[in-house]
Design a protein around this ligand. Sequence first.
Ligand code: SF4
Length: 414
Amino acid sequence: MKYSMRQSNGQSGLFTSDQAETQKETTYPAVSFQKTTESDKTRKFREQFYNNVTDEQWNDWKWQILNRISTYKDISRFLDLTEEERLAIDVESTHCPFAITPYYLSLIDLNDQHSALRKTVVPTINEQIVSKGESEDPLSEENTSPVEGIVHRYPDRVLFLTTGFCSVYCRYCTRSHMVDGHTQIMRQHWDTAIKYIRDHEEIRDVIISGGDPLTLSDAEIDYLLSQLSDIEHLDMVRIGTKVPMVLPMRITENLLNIFRKYKPLYLSIHATHPDEITPESSRAINAIADAGVVMGSQTVLLKGINDNVEVMASLMHKLLKVRIKPYYLFQCDPIIGSKHFRTTVAKGQEIIHGLRGFTSGYAVPQYVIDTPKGGGKVPILPNYYKGRDKDNLYLYNYEGKVYAYPDSEEDLDE
Ligand code: SF4
C-alpha cells in the first residue's frame, strides 16, 4: 500500500503502527457553522428571503441542495433580470443546467447587474450564440477516454469522472456537455474505471472529478478513496471541487474524518473571485487544511469577472490566507456559447506580468491553455526574453529593465 497511510482497519502504510495508533487517538474539534461566522451580506439575505429557515436548516448542505434555485421563475424572485438574462429565461433551454445554492446566491449583490458572481451562474442569451472555434467538448475528452469515466491523456495520471452533478452550475464549465445530474449513470461505471486504474501500473496520480465529487455522499466518497488507496502503484489522489466556495456547509466533521484516513490527499479548489472567500468558506477551508489535506486552486480567466490584476491579486492573496496555494489560471475553454466569457491570451499574460515580481511568488498561479483536441496544458508566460549573444542571455525583469545572465556554451563545456 503506497498511497493510503492509514485505513479504517487500522493497518498502516507509510506510517509505523505506533504513529497510526497516535493518529487514531487524536480527537478533532467539530466544524460548526455558528451564526457568528456568517457574513453581513448572507445574514441580510437570509433575513430578507429565508426568514423562516432555521440556522440548522441553512447550515445543512442537504437542505441547501434541496432548496437550490433551479428554475428561471425562482431566480426572478431574487433578481431584477437584465434583458440578456430575461431572454435566456424565455428560451428556457441552455447547454448547461441551471442551479444556485441559496448560500451562493446570498454572496451576489442583488442590486448590481454587473456583479461578478452573478455573471458566473445566471444564464444569459449570449450562451445561445455559437462563435468560431467553439465546440461541445473542446478538449476532446471523449477521444482520450479508454473506458467510461476515465480520461487518460497524460502518461502517469488519469481523470476519474465520478458524477455529473454539481451544487451550482458555472456558465463557463468545460464539461457543460456532461454536467446534467447523471450521477446514477456514472456510478455504474465506477468499478470499471477503478479496474482500469488498477490494471495500468504507469498511473501514479488520480484526479477524482466530475461534476463535483464532494456532492456525493460520505459513504460514496469513502468508497472511492478506499478503493484507490488499495492500489499499490498510486502515489496520490486529488479531488477537484468547487464545494468549499459554493456549499461550505458540506465540509462536515464526518467528511473531515474521511479525509483524515487517506494521505496524501490533495484538493484542487475551483475559485473564481475574491467575493467567494467569506467567513463560511474560510472556516471550511481551514478545517480541510487542519485535516491534513493539501490544497491548490484552479481559476478560469473570465471577461468582466476576474480579468484584471487587482481582482486576481486579491483572489490569490485571500486564497493564501486560507492555506490554498494558487495553482492554475486557465484560459477559458472555447465551449459553445462562451465568447462573452473569453479574453485574449494577451490579457492573461498581462495579468501574470502584473503579479510576478509585484507580489509573492506563492501568489502567482501558472497560466495555462488547455489546448483544443486533447493536446494537454501548455504554460503561457509574458515575454521576459529579450535575446542573447554568445556569452549572455538578456532578460527583462518585472519592471521591464534588462539584465544579462552569463550563459556561454564555451565556458560551461557543453
Ligand atoms: S463546479 Fe466544476 S464541474 Fe461543476 S459546473 Fe462548475 S466548473 Fe463545471
